[in-house]
Design a protein around this ligand. Structure first.
Ligand code: HEC
Length: 189
């Protein structure tokens, strides 16, 4: 008798539990969504960083072959630097391996670094200096999420030193030369 007495409340208890679970469902999900912002917010920041990197054109220079392949480069290979030189009056510069640069700096260091960044051309350093802190933080989160990869880009060369191929060269025409060579014709005096 005792066991049955003991067991008898069970179905009721089970029903009560199920009912509680059912009633509890919206409460549980509300609790889950209340707690949710912490995890998705971090994920959102990583996704936002990916978006900023994608539309701000960082890959155009810092990812080898990105422009040539119309952006069809796996995210895992992004920002590993490029051996393509940019030659001009400033010498020859190379888009650095940001996977290595970013992994060497914690978030606070990165925010200070990018807010005050001054580089040689062709890096649009003014763009990073003007970028909102939220966006620069997101870049850090995203690049950190990818982890370090690849090797360092070539060292910059001083003005006047010939770089090995491949490189882009910016040639500034001599004053007056632009109009003289327009359409490949010398203007008739
Ligand atoms: C037009 C090409 C170009 C674009 C676009 C570009 N960079 Fe650069 N970046 C360079 C080059 C070249 C250098 C090396 C400059 C030097 O040697 O002084 C550089 C250097 C840097 C540096 C300093 C070196 C280092 O690794 O710490 C940072 C940081 C940087 N870029 C981040 C970015 C980010 C983030 C973006 C996108 C928002 C971006 N760059 C877009 C070409 C570019």
């Amino acid at each position: 008798m005792r066991p049955s007495l003991f067991l008898r409340p069970l179905p009721g208890l089970l029903a009560a539990c199920l009912l509680a679970a059912c009633q509890g469902a919206p409460v549980a999900s509300a609790t889950a969504s209340d707690a949710a912002p912490a995890a998705p917010a971090a994920d959102d920041l990583v996704a936002h960083g990916e978006y900023i990197v994608r539309i701000a054109g960082c890959n155009d220079c810092h990812t080898a072959g990105y422009t040539e392949r119309g952006g069809q480069v796996p995210v895992a290979d992004w920002l590993t630097g490029s051996p393509l030189g940019y030659r001009g009056p400033w010498g020859t510069t190379y888009a650095t391996n940001l996977r290595l640069s970013v992994s060497a700096l914690d978030e606070a260091q990165w925010l200070t670094y990018t807010a005050n960044l001054h580089t040689r051309p062709i890096m649009p350093d003014f763009m990073l200096r003007q970028m909102r802190e939220h966006d620069r933080r997101a870049i850090h989160r995203f690049v950190r999420s990818l982890g370090p990869a690849g090797t360092a880009a070539p060292e910059a060369l001083p003005p006047g030193q010939s770089p090995p191929a491949p490189y882009f060269e910016l040639v500034l025409p001599a004053p007056g030369a632009a109009s003289a060579t327009q359409n490949g014709q010398t203007p008739v005096q």
